[in-house]
Design a protein around this ligand. Structure first.
Ligand code: SAH
Ligand code: SF4
Ligand code: F3S
Length: 471
């Protein structure tokens, strides 16, 4: 997952057809601006927040100077992510000096981690609201408009915002994220998420299917089902139906063969053959799995409380390849976790050699206050060693990515057009089922985003396939 991503409301894209906001920005007397950091769950939450603000009569703006209400939806996963948010707040300080009535709110994981301490640390912050408390935003905003500071960081065992229709922010009108569960019960020792997001809970299956149908009917052609651990999705419907993740996948796949389904993130201990067989059964369930390994060494995995071994992980990868030989595979890796030796680091490299991931997100260990690792273990691998090991991991992955992309030259893929390529408006771009980005020249054929085309691959970099339309 990308550590820092910006999102501002974009009023120009096709997806805005699905937005309830009026086109004329002057239609609103009060405007909000929102920026999101961290994982896709946070982006998805910002769409819930936008929906709640719409109900309160706020209109969106892409210009922070125009906003009456400025929100940062924050991430705590690594120290660097929090530092980015603090830097952004300093930038807002200047703007607020010229606009004293502007309210600044901190949402998301850093709000949850620091709670009221945020107000002491950063005097310019007016509101601190945790991920399960967004329904209380209208009341909290009124309080702050009255001059008070407001905090709500209560975590919930039930909240899934199932009944709130997210407003699609910065949408390309083709692909959307749909949150299917919240929280995490796993307690990996390095991870802050169980503390910032609370207990795991699954969203009502019928509301997920209805949201995906709504997206399809508004022209969207791809949904990514989101959760920290999607394979442990479980919903017991009022009529007694038990919906596991493979059942949910099937329900969404049956909406239309033209709707692609992706999901993130899978946990190696929970992904089952049933899920893999369901993926194999439906062409529109994309053949791509993000399966974070974290380390290739069994002792370190136990220290991380990942609850699987190196052999278990390799077995899962073998099952994926056996059931779906063409499945794309990516991972997350952490270098220099507490007490990791040189040999144990070598195990991570050798596991990467065995798995040949198409792509990976790679990090050096960052101790997070309050986590089990911070309490139990010494952060004893020096920064230099963590960085050197990370460089070795990145270099190896780069060579695997290059090989994986080059191996696609000559193949033909079904590509969903997401829009014009960033580099040139003479080219289209879109992904194949394995989640690889494909760029290809436009022809005289009248096509638009959301169309499927066959593309034959002619060339490749380590992150993009270059091709030409066929047929
Ligand atoms: N639920 C997902 C992960 C969410 S966090 C899962 O279990 O796979 C995304 C990634 O951030 C993790 O997979 C891990 O590789 C990394 N990460 C989490 N905490 C970290 C820390 N303290 N230091 C460095 N990387 C971390
Ligand atoms: Fe964090 Fe582990 Fe939960 Fe992922 S599964 S969010 S790494 S505790
Ligand atoms: Fe960050 Fe919270 Fe996601 S800590 S990675 S925004 S769940």
């Amino acid at each position: 997952m990308t550590e820092v991503l910006h999102k501002v409301v974009d009023e120009t894209r096709q997806g805005e057809a699905y937005s309830p906001f009026k086109e004329d920005p002057n239609a609103y007397s009060k405007k909000f601006y929102i920026e999101s950091y961290g994982c896709q769950m946070n982006f998805s939450d910002s769409e819930i927040v936008a929906s709640i603000l719409h109900g309160e009569g706020f209109g969106p703006t892409r210009n922070v100077e125009d906003a009456d209400l400025v929100f940062l939806n924050t991430c705590s996963i690594r120290e660097k992510a929090e530092q980015t948010v603090r830097n952004r707040l300093q930038a807002f300080r200047k703007i607020k000096e010229n606009k004293p009535g502007m309210l600044i709110g901190v949402l998301g994981c850093m709000a949850e981690r620091l709670k009221a301490k945020f107000l002491e640390e950063e005097k310019l912050v007016d509101l601190v609201v945790g991920p399960d408390a967004y329904r209380s935003l209208p009341g909290l905003i009124s309080e702050t408009e009255g001059g008070q500071k407001s905090v709500n960081v209560l975590l919930s065992r039930e909240e899934t915002y199932a009944d709130i229709s997210p407003v699609r922010l910065e949408s390309n009108g083709v692909a959307a994220f749909v949150s299917i569960m919240r929280g995490c019960n796993n307690m990996c020792t390095f991870c802050v998420v169980p503390f910032t997001r609370g207990r795991e809970r699954s969203r009502d299956a019928a509301s997920i299917v209805a949201e995906c149908e709504g997206l399809f009917n508004h022209g969207f052609r791809e949904v990514t089902l989101l959760g920290q651990n999607v394979d442990s999705y479980y919903y017991s419907a009022p009529d007694g139906e038990e919906v596991k993740f493979e059942h949910l996948l099937e329900k969404v796949a049956l909406i239309s063969p033209l709707l692609r389904i992706r999901f993130s993130t899978s946990h190696p201990k929970d992904i089952t053959d049933d899920v893999l067989h369901t993926m194999a059964k439906y062409d529109n369930i994309c053949k791509y799995i993000h399966l974070p390994v974290q380390s290739g060494n069994t002792r370190i995995l136990a220290h991380m409380n990942r609850t699987y071994t190196r052999e278990w992980y390799l077995h899962k990868v073998a099952r994926i390849r056996a059931i779906m030989p063409d499945c794309g595979l990516s991972t997350d890796v952490i270098s220099g976790f507490c007490s990791e030796t040189e040999e144990e680091h070598q195990d991570t490299l050798s596991l990467m050699e065995l798995c040949r991931f198409d792509m990976a997100y790679m990090f050096s260990y960052s101790e997070r206050p309050g986590t089990l690792a911070a309490k139990r273990y010494e952060d004893d691998v020096t920064e230099d060693v963590k960085k050197r090991r990370l460089t070795e991991i990145i270099n190896l992955q780069n060579s695997h990515s290059r090989e994986s992309y080059r191996a696609d030259i000559g193949k033909t893929f079904n590509v969903l057009i997401e829009g014009e390529s960033k580099r040139s408006d003479n080219d289209w771009c879109g992904r194949n089922t394995q989640n690889k980005m494909v760029v290809f020249p436009k022809t005289s054929q009248p096509l638009q985003k959301g169309d499927y085309v066959q593309v034959k691959i002619k060339d490749a970099t380590s992150a993009t396939l270059l091709g030409e339309m066929v047929g």
